[in-house]
Write a protein that binds this ligand. Structure first.
Ligand code: SF4
Length: 599
């Protein structure tokens, strides 16, 4: 037998033993394995995974363990020793669980689902898994368009899981041994509007044209009130460095801003805030339970939290006394305030203007002006910040080279501003980072095309040449990786076979640039006759889309009206200012729509 420590880097990734591990040796009759098809370091940083892990382990007769995608060294180790992929906590093979749930946070992790199933000795295709195998379940944001993976999952859970998942597991406990797998699948499909069992709902396509959608309308579950929703007051403290190695408190869900390019802004609506008391209690409990000296106040747009100042008033003295660093990620340029800066000990700031001209910022509904950007950075520079990173997108709908020149012009203005404020340009670090825009489902731009390689190459060339001349760092995403993400996000059942073929040809860890090979996928798409252009090209605004059977609560009519406003460069105010009628009001989830606005 090969010796593990000689063969495998960071064995901790596969054997756990972290501080705050719940009691997984208690008596139980139901076992859930929470899987993340990415590395331990990435998966352990996910808040949703942490919540469900503690939720299941808080239930009577239920244990939940974890498993992450193994790197090549551990894959080889398992094969050499004829071992199956197993859970971290008790080394139980995945196939011996009742449920194996994959958190699908990012489309590029799909190939790792195949990898983990095969290493676990579980057939990849749903139809080949008999009674002896666990339910293979998918959850997370990618399930708003689950169709590319329809053949591989027994069911998908769409939306936020805290309340229904507890009930689903209890239903399983009641029916275990009495129902066949198929009967249980029918049962949950009928009982839960947020569950989608693809095998029960055929869909047909003619090329990429949707002829018939799955017969069920699948509702995205929304937790109504974060103050009462299950929230663990602890978190695992890993023994090795992970991506976000700190305590993390979620201040609110959803985002009021309605940026038209942002899928999260639509699929996590509406805004639901934790009360300041509840947030303070959570923050202090997490710090006490973990011993971390760093706390992140998380949400999609942290500076929009209406209780941020009162919370910081209480939290800053608490943090100072204990030498705890506060992190406020996701600051908006128009609401950066001195007091927030006090919470951040970093010398570097990151902001996302997203587009270089006001015209394009209006198209994408990024409700900030150049004046906001300049005045915010003026304040930041006067407070001593000397490093700024700006995020933009290329390939946005209606974009021209003038908008790309706008990125360059804005960066130059910021460089001059620093010199003006500090009297010296020395030691100033300015970075511009550009990603390629992906028109994702459930955004007002879902009908728009993904930009061509030729266009994006031209835009990169311009920025690269000109920004570097000014001493401004420039970085950009690989075009083929973004193209692949666009295909996975917008594809339907027609790409399912290709994804597995690409895996068989060697695709894994596609989210990692050193592993991703576009050629592998291109060959698989060619072999299966997939027309890529019909997936990433423009769609008719009235066309039926592959994901139309999922109801996220925001109506298609609203997305269409936002698309039309974008084309006319008309902005939509934040939900903090007025209700724009996205459709969630009628479901009774949006307290903002009842006039309960913070601003
Ligand atoms: S119902 Fe109104 S306030 Fe609520 S998320 Fe939709 S548009 Fe915003």
């Amino acid at each position: 037998m090969t010796k593990l420590t000689e063969r495998v880097q960071k064995p901790y990734r596969y054997f756990g033993g972290e501080f705050n591990t719940p009691n997984i040796h208690k008596p139980h009759n139901t076992k859930f394995c929470m899987c993340v098809p990415d590395s331990y370091e990435v998966g352990m940083s996910n808040l949703g995974v942490r919540i469900l892990y503690y939720l299941f382990n808080s239930m009577n007769n239920v244990v939940c363990e974890r498993c992450f995608a193994p790197f090549a060294d551990y894959q080889e180790y398992l094969k050499e020793n004829n071992q199956l992929l197993a859970s971290i906590e008790t080394q139980t093979p995945l196939k011996d669980f009742d449920f194996v749930g994959f958190s699908l946070q990012f489309e590029m992790c799909y190939s790792n689902v195949f990898l983990m199933l095969e290493l676990a000795g579980i057939p990849v295709l749903t139809e080949e898994r008999g009674e002896e195998f666990p339910f293979i379940v998918g959850g997370g944001p990618c399930t708003v368009n689950p169709e590319p993976m329809y053949k591989y999952f027994d069911f998908f859970f769409v939306g936020e899981g805290e309340t229904p998942w507890k009930q689903i597991v209890q239903d399983y406990q009641v029916n275990k041994g009495k129902m066949t797998k198929q009967e249980f699948l029918r049962f949950v499909d009928e009982k839960y509007s947020c569950i989608y069992v693809p095998s029960l709902h055929p869909a047909t396509y003619n090329g990429q044209l949707v002829e018939s959608l799955p017969s069920k309308t699948v509702w995205r579950n929304i937790e109504a009130d974060l103050n009462t929703t299950f929230t663990p007051k602890t978190q695992l403290v890993p023994s090795i460095e992970i991506v976000h190695n700190r305590a993390v408190a979620e201040l609110f869900r959803g985002c009021a801003n309605g940026c038209r390019f942002c899928q999260a802004g639509f699929i996590y609506r509406p805004v639901r805030e934790r009360s300041v008391d509840n947030a303070f209690e959570l923050c202090t409990a997490l710090l006490d339970a973990t011993g971390y000296d760093e706390l992140s106040l998380n949400s999609l747009s942290t500076s929009d939290y209406s209780g941020l100042m009162p919370l910081l008033d209480r939290l800053l003295p608490y943090a100072k006394e204990r030498n705890v660093q506060l992190n406020l990620p996701s600051l908006r340029l128009d609401s950066f305030k001195g007091q927030m800066a006090q919470g951040n000990r970093k010398s570097s700031l990151t902001f996302a203007p997203e587009a270089g001209t006001q015209r394009l910022r209006d198209v994408i509904n990024k409700n900030i002006t150049e004046e906001n950007i300049i005045s915010t950075l003026k304040e930041a520079f006067s407070q001593g910040y000397s490093s700024v990173k700006l995020y933009f997108m290329m390939g946005l709908p209606t974009e021209t080279m003038e908008d790309i020149e706008g990125i360059y012009n804005l960066a130059c203005k910021i460089k001059s501003l620093y010199k003006y404020v500090t009297g010296s340009g020395k030691n100033f670090k300015l970075g511009v980072s550009c990603s390629t825009f992906i028109p994702k489902p459930f955004t007002p731009f879902q009908w728009c095309a993904f930009d061509s390689k030729e266009n994006i190459t031209q835009k990169i060339k311009f920025l690269q040449e000109n920004l570097r001349k000014k001493g401004i760092n420039f970085s950009y995403n690989d075009y083929d990786t973004s193209l692949m993400e666009a295909i996975l996000a917008r594809g339907g059942r027609g790409i399912a076979d290709s994804l597995y073929d690409a895996y068989k040809a060697g695709a894994t860890f596609d989210a990692w640039s050193e592993h991703f090979r576009w050629e592998t996928y291109k060959q698989a798409f060619d072999k299966n006759g997939v027309d890529i252009q019909s997936i990433v090209g423009p769609r008719d605004i009235d066309a039926t889309l592959e994901w139309d059977f999922v109801d996220i609560g925001v109506t298609k009519k609203y997305l269409q009206s936002e698309y039309n406003k974008a084309m006319q460069q008309v902005t939509t105010p934040s939900c903090n200012k007025q209700c724009n009628g996205c459709g969630l009001k009628k479901h009774g989830y949006c307290t903002l729509s009842e006039g309960n606005r913070p601003l």
